[in-house]
Each structure stands twice: as structure tokens, then as C-alpha cells.
Design a protein around this ligand. Structure first.
Ligand code: AMP
Length: 563
């Protein structure tokens, strides 16, 4: 018999979030969060290039978004799957390279915590992430030296964590509003089975949009043109608005900002915020209605309502949900950490850990997948669905198609995802060609789509004339990246100098002090300036214990200031 404690690799789950990322491990029959070098479980998904060219990830990088916006980036997950590049301190990064740096930091934290090498993990993605975005996530993990054991949809991961804690739920709607994405999932618990009935969402709607709406309203009130504000002043304002948004639940808030030549004040209360956010709140309703329709349920049929994601802390969002469903949502578990805990539970499920063996999860494909065909005389490229949205996965579906004329030599299969009747309005996934035998008549062909539990697709084409079968595994590499581009990413990341993990707490404190200095004025600013000088002097002394005790004391002082 094999001793599991010797052979088993750590069972890890990662929540790679727009705003924060977390890593959890399944140990001693439960999922536990792993702290980073600062002893915190939330690692901001932010990257900054330090003045010496080294890479900072996490809290220090987030503080530097305000002090050094031209060397720092955050919320890059929103651009996963696009060609956007981020220029940081003269270096250029793709969203997946920046995500790889965050994943690499989490990997290091896990290795330091567990004392063993970490090579694989279950990683969560928004349910509504497209095929391309999933592939880029897998590629980001590969760049970080991590094999993806499975991609799990974020709301499904949350459902697993709830399933382990609560035995009483039945039909549940999970409302997951993170920093950059919104997912709605309707599922049913009949433990040990957790069955996802429908998943919908919006990949371009999250807490960041609520902050962006505040920025627009504030600049409009001040009659300022965003293009005329210098980047650092704008970053300070965005940062102050983000903090103001997060404090709004405590009552009306105000901020003061020095920029564009003046010191200005802005006040916000819940009712003004509601009116600024009305268009965003309205956008949250459509996916909820669609998920319920696809699951063939009405709000009355739901037994419970679960809120996940940091942005569900907004009273305006909670109120909208309560009004829509006529009841209060359930939020006993921390919305920030639940997805990572669920992902680690999924890793345990996959490894058939005895404590979790019982739980069985079924998920769905959240969007329709199909091919481009001609419809009647119309040659614009009609979308012919093969796997309809919210089909339980893994699934394999076949549809029969015909060549268009007897002399046709080749047939081109173009694969798309989406819900619109014409392919040009949907998302292109991949294309390939199949040679047709020349038999002098139109031919039938069966196109089979197989969609696996990671949300990845394979296509088989069978020519009925000859029985010939063409299997086409949809390219596992991201569509926009050829082998050369991927090799370049690998080389670029390998050449980077990552800031040493053991000095990160000090670097994070100096970055925080600099940010606090920027936000403050007058006496408070002088005091923070003195702390900064003092801490730099202690750092120069290189006396380890003194550095630690001053760092702890200054952290407490900054916490008291709310800076
Ligand atoms: P997540 O991706 O789940 O970490 O969610 C991050 C989003 O939650 C960001 O847009 C934050 O601004 C938002 N958020 C976190 N805490 C709060 C809060 N207390 N009030 C309002 N929004 C919050």
C-alpha cells in the first residue's frame, strides 16, 4: 500500500482575481488560506517595476499605482484575451505575463508556507470567461511554472465551499460581482451532488466600473477634463475614490484632492451614489433574468441567494438584489476568500481526498458554441449552434451539415462562441479545413463538438461519403499568440529580476508610506514624511530586529490614520 503522505503533491486552489488573488491548500481535511510574505491572505493583483528594474507584486505594487502610475499596473485580468500591452518603466507586458507574475508570487508564497515545491493547482476563472481567456489563463500559469489541474468557474468554486459548510441549501443563485467581472450561476444542491443549471454573466462589468463611474461624476461636478489631468494626480484621485466607495456603507463620505492647480472637495452619500450607478445596477439585472430563464426557474423558486466577490459589499448592490428577489441574500462566508477555498476543495475532490470524496459537481458550458454556415441565399456567415449554452459538461454533441455545391473541394470549419445569429457578432475561436472527396455530388458531414470540464473544446468532422474522420483539437494555445510570441513571453519573464520575497514587507511599507504622503497635506504629511525618513534610516542600518519592530509600529500608526 502506498503512503499518501509521501507521494501526494500539495492540493492547491488559486483565485486569480481582478483586484486580489489568493492561494489555498487542502490540508487535514479542510481548505486553508496561505499567507503571503506580509502575512496577508489577499495579494493585490498588481505589478510594478521598481526603480532598480526589479519586479514588485502585491501590496507594494498596489501602493505604487498611486505614486508611480507609469511603472505600475492593476486590473489586467480585464484585458486577458486581448492584444493590450502594459508599458511599465520602459518594459512592455501582456495581460497574461502580468498574471503570470502574480501567479509566480503565489507559487512562491505556497512553497515558503508548505516547504515543498509547488508545480500544479486548480485555478478559478469567471464562469463567463471565453475560450480564449481560459487558454490565456492556462498560458499565464505555464509561464509561472504551474500546470493547471483544472480551471474551475468562480461561482462553482464558491458553491463548493458553501456546499461543504451548509447542508441545508437546495436551489441557489450565486451572484458573483468581482473587480472586473460579473457572473450569475443557478445551481442545485442535493448533496453529495452539486448541479449547476445555468451560468451567465458579463465579462466587462465589475467593482472597477463603479469606481470609474464615480470618477466621471466627480470630474463632471468639478468641470474638469480628464485628458488635462497629469497621470499621478489622476491616480491619486482614483485611489481616493476607491477608498470612498469602500467606506460608503458607513455613511456619507467626502474626499479632498489637490490637482489641476486647486484643492477640491467632493461629497458622496448613498442616494447620489445610487443615481450615479443606476446604469450599472440596471446592467446587473439582465444576466440574472437570463440565468433564471435558462434554469427554468422564477425568483420565487430559489431557496437561497449567495453573494460572492468584493463588490457585493456595496449597499447599492445588496439593495438591488434584495428588491429583485424580495429577500435578503446569504453572506455568511467571506466573499473575498470563498472562491480560493472552493478551488482548493476542488483540487482535493480531483485527488479523491477521503474527506471530500463524497462531493460530486456538475457544471455547464455558459455560452453557445457552433460553426459558421450559409443560411439560404445569405452568405454573411450564419451561426449554427452545436452546443447550446448551459448544457451540462462534459458534453459531446453532433450536428449534420452539407457541402454547398457538387464540385466543392474543401470545406472550412469556423468555430465561434456567442448568442447572436450572425458569426460576425460572436467570438471567433478557431478554423480549419477538411478536404472533400470528389464524388460529383453534395456531401453530408457530421460535426461533433466535445467540451470538457475545463471549458476546452475539441471538434470532430466525419465525412459520411467515405466515413473518414478528421479530429481537430481546437488549438490549446491562445489564438492571438503563435509559438514565437509564446517563446518571447517565456524569455521575457525568465529575464526579469523578481524582488526578493524576504524584503517585500519592508518594500511594501515604504511604498505605503509614500502613498500616504501623497494623499496627505500639512501636519499629517510632515509626520508621514518623518516616518518615511526614519524607516529608511532603520533600513540602512541593516539591523533585522530593529527593522521588524519599527515596521510593525509604523504599520500600526498608518492603520490608525486609515492610510
Ligand atoms: P474581488 O475581485 O472579489 O476581490 O472584488 C474586488 C472589487 O470589490 C473591487 O472593485 C473593490 O473596489 C470592491 N470592494 C471591495 N471591498 C469593498 C467594499 N467594502 N465596498 C465596496 N466595494 C468593495
Amino acid at each position: 500500500m502506498q503512503d499518501a503522505s509521501i507521494s501526494s503533491a500539495p492540493l492547491l486552489g488559486i483565485d486569480l482575481g481582478t483586484t486580489n488573488s489568493l492561494i489555498a491548500v487542502w490540508q487535514e481535511g479542510r481548505a486553508q488560506l496561505i499567507p503571503n510574505a506580509l502575512g496577508e491572505v489577499l495579494t493585490p493583483s498588481a505589478v510594478s517595476v521598481d526603480e532598480d528594474g526589479s519586479i514588485l507584486v502585491g501590496r507594494a505594487a498596489r501602493s505604487r499605482l498611486t505614486t508611480h502610475p507609469e511603472r505600475s499596473a492593476a486590473a489586467f485580468k480585464r484585458f486577458m484575451g486581448s492584444d493590450k500591452r502594459f508599458e511599465l518603466g520602459g518594459q512592455s507586458f501582456s495581460p497574461e505575463e502580468l498574471s503570470a507574475l502574480v501567479l509566480g508570487a503565489l507559487k512562491q508564497d505556497a512553497e515558503a508556507f508548505l516547504g515543498v515545491p509547488v508545480n500544479e493547482a486548480v485555478i478559478s476563472v469567471p464562469a463567463y470567461f471565453s475560450d480564449e481567456q481560459r487558454k490565456r489563463t492556462v498560458f499565464a500559469a505555464e509561464l509561472a511554472g504551474l500546470k493547471v489541474q483544472r480551471l474551475i468557474n468562480e461561482p462553482t468554486a464558491a458553491a463548493m465551499a458553501y456546499g461543504l459548510h451548509e447542508q441545508k441549501f437546495e436551489r441557489t443563485l450565486i451572484f458573483d460581482l468581482g473587480g472586473g467581472t460579473f457572473d450569475v450561476t443557478v445551481l442545485e444542491y442535493s448533496l453529495p451532488l452539486i448541479e449547476v443549471h445555468a451560468s451567465t454573466g458579463d465579462n466587462f462589468l465589475g467593482g472597477e466600473d463603479f469606481t470609474a463611474a464615480l470618477l466621471q461624476a466627480c470630474l463632471k461636478d468639478w468641470q474638469l477634463d480628464i485628458a488635462k489631468i497629469e497621470p499621478q494626480a489622476l491616480a491619486t484621485l482614483c485611489d481616493a475614490l476607491e477608498q470612498l466607495k469602500c467606506r460608503l456603507a458607513q455613511g456619507p463620505q467626502s474626499l479632498s484632492w489637490k490637482g489641476a492647480g486647486e484643492l477640491r472637495e467632493w461629497r458622496l452619500d448613498e442616494s447620489r451614489a445610487q443615481s450615479i450607478w443606476e446604469p450599472l445596477l440596471a446592467r446587473l439585472r439582465a444576466p440574472i433574468e437570463q440565468a433564471l430563464r435558462d434554469a427554468r426557474l422564477s425568483p420565487r423558486d430559489l431557496d437561497s441567494l449567495v453573494l460572492v466577490g468584493g463588490a457585493t459589499r456595496m449597499p447599492a448592490v445588496q439593495q438591488m438584489v434584495a428588491t429583485l428577489f424580495g429577500r435578503l441574500p446569504y453572506r455568511h462566508l467571506d466573499p473575498d476568500t470563498i472562491v480560493a477555498l472552493g478551488a482548493a476543495s476542488q483540487a482535493a475532490c480531483k485527488a479523491r481526498d477521503a474527506a471530500i470524496e463524497e462531493l460530486i459537481l456538475t457544471d455547464v458550458c455558459p455560452y453557445t458554441l457552433g460553426i459558421s454556415t450559409t443560411r439560404g441565399e445569405d452568405v454573411r456567415g450564419a451561426f449554427s449552434p452545436i452546443i447550446e449554452r448551459n448544457t451540462v459538461i462534459p458534453t459531446s454533441k453532433v450536428q449534420r451539415f452539407y457541402s454547398t455545391h457538387p464540385e466543392q473541394k474543401v470545406i472550412r470549419i469556423e468555430v465561434y462562441q456567442g448568442e447572436r445569429p450572425w458569426v460576425r457578432d460572436n467570438i471567433f475561436i478557431d478554423a480549419f479545413e477538411v478536404q472533400l472527396p470528389q464524388v460529383g455530388r453534395q456531401q453530408d458531414l457530421d460535426v461533433r463538438f466535445s467540451y470538457d470540464i475545463n471549458g476546452l473544446l475539441e471538434v470532430d468532422v466525419t465525412l459520411l461519403e467515405t466515413g473518414e474522420r478528421h479530429s481537430h483539437s481546437i488549438d490549446r494555445s491562445p489564438t492571438g499568440l503563435d509559438e514565437q510570441a509564446r517563446a518571447n513571453s517565456r524569455a521575457r519573464l525568465a529575464a526579469l529580476k523578481i524582488h526578493p520575497r524576504d524584503t517585500l514587507p519592508n518594500r511594501a511599507l515604504t511604498a505605503r508610506l509614500e502613498r500616504a504622503w501623497m494623499h496627505s497635506l500639512g501636519e499629517e504629511r510632515e509626520r508621514i514624511g518623518a516616518w518615511l525618513d526614519e524607516f529608511n534610516a532603520v533600513l540602512a542600518s541593516q539591523r533585522g530586529e530593529e527593522i521588524t519592530s519599527r515596521r510593525q509600529a509604523l504599520t500600526r500608526l498608518l492603520d490608525e490614520l486609515g492610510a
